[in-house]
Design a protein around this ligand. Structure first.
Ligand SMILES: Nc1ncnc2c1ncn2[C@@H]1O[C@H](COP(=O)(O)OP(=O)(O)O)[C@@H](O)[C@H]1O
Ligand SMILES: [Mg+2]
Length: 316
């Protein structure tokens, strides 16, 4: 399968704004790639170029191996695109909306009703089959538009801030549908201006700022590149201000501990940058000092921690 989206020196200029600055990017088959960055970073401009609705200033875009400029039909046939502000037809019924697009995608008349039902079920809108679009909630509309995007069964899905403005439940429903699409083998590029929103289900991520892609890669690659940071938590059997302070200061003086914190429960937390041997040495020293330690735990960063870290390091 290999690379499903490939960008080489993609650049998008508006009259006096350089919105996307020579981006290189490869997204592999089966990846859920989260493009994250603050408003104005250039996400929508890059996505519109990849979706073939905005001609880039220069650069090469390939979708499933097809060059968008040289073989636009082949490239675009592989692609489903959901824009940030999709137009909807308020006075159509839900099923009519999908039926119109099914016809446009040349799905034969006899199969259309079945296809419409299938996709409505997939996005949990079966009971809204006959509702008017203007009576749907924002979350329902987004799911309807997602159903429309999925209708021709594209291999690559590109979604520009699909969860923006949704409540937590609607966001979860959107995520679950996308997870299922990924499990069925689709490659997904999804953008958000909220760093943590994508952390639960992306396996690759790019951080965009001022038109540049600052960090990009699989979560594993980024984990390695940032250095394997761990979070250390120490709990005392019978914490007193004196022994908690003693442990706190001992850790605070170590070059391997940073961002020291004390919780309300008198637990001590810090970012730990040392090796296993370094941790073992610290534990031995603390035990020799009779600090009554009963828990000493080092945990690797989870995806959300990594997101926050690359955000803190590279975006703000
Ligand atoms: N049609 C346009 N004409 C001129 N400038 C634009 C246009 N669209 C976007 N921009 C500018 O390009 C930059 C990137 O915008 P955009 O791609 O929408 O970023 P994002 O989606 O990350 O918020 C911003 O400075 C924005 O003001
Ligand atoms: Mg945008």
């Amino acid at each position: 399968m290999g690379t499903m989206i490939s960008l080489k020196s993609l650049r998008v200029d508006y009259e006096d704004v350089n919105a996307v600055k020579d981006i290189d990017l490869e997204i592999s088959a089966g990846q859920i790639y989260g493009l994250v960055g603050p408003n104005g970073a250039g996400k929508t401009s890059a996505i519109k170029a990849i979706a073939g609705i905005l001609e880039p200033t220069y650069g090469e875009i390939k979708i499933a191996g097809h060059d968008l400029e040289l073989e636009p039909r082949e490239a675009l046939r592989k692609l489903g695109y959901m824009p940030d502000f999709p137009p909807v037809y308020e006075n159509l019924k839900v099923w009519e909306y999908l039926d119109v697009f099914a016809a446009a995608y040349l799905i034969p008349g006899a199969q259309r009703a079945g296809k419409v039902k299938h996709w409505l079920k997939k996005v949990s809108l079966s009971e809204k089959h006959d509702a008017l679009i203007k009576d749907l909630s924002r979350g329902m509309r987004q799911r309807l538009i997602l159903a429309k995007t999925l209708l021709p069964d594209p291999q690559v899905l590109i979604l520009d801030e699909p969860a923006s403005g949704l409540d937590p439940l609607a966001r979860k429903q959107m995520r679950d549908i996308l997870k299922e699409a990924a499990a069925e083998g689709k490659t997904i590029l999804i953008s958000s201006h909220i760093l943590t929103e994508l952390s639960e289900f992306c396996n690759a991520v790019g951080i965009m700022e001022k038109g540049e892609l600052r960090v990009s890669g699989s979560i594993e690659e980024i984990r390695v590149r940032l250095g394997s940071h761990k979070r250390l938590t120490v709990r005392l059997a019978s914490p007193t201000p004196a022994n908690v302070d003693k442990v706190y200061h001992f850790l605070g003086n170590s070059k391997h501990c940073a961002s020291m914190a004390k919780t309300e429960k008198q637990e001590i937390n810090c970012l730990f940058t040392g090796s296993k041997e370094d941790a073992a040495w610290i534990l031995t020293q603390l035990t020799l000092q009779e600090t009554s330690i009963y828990d000493f735990t080092c945990v690797e960063d989870d995806v959300e921690d990594i997101f926050l870290k690359i955000g803190a390091k590279e975006v703000s």
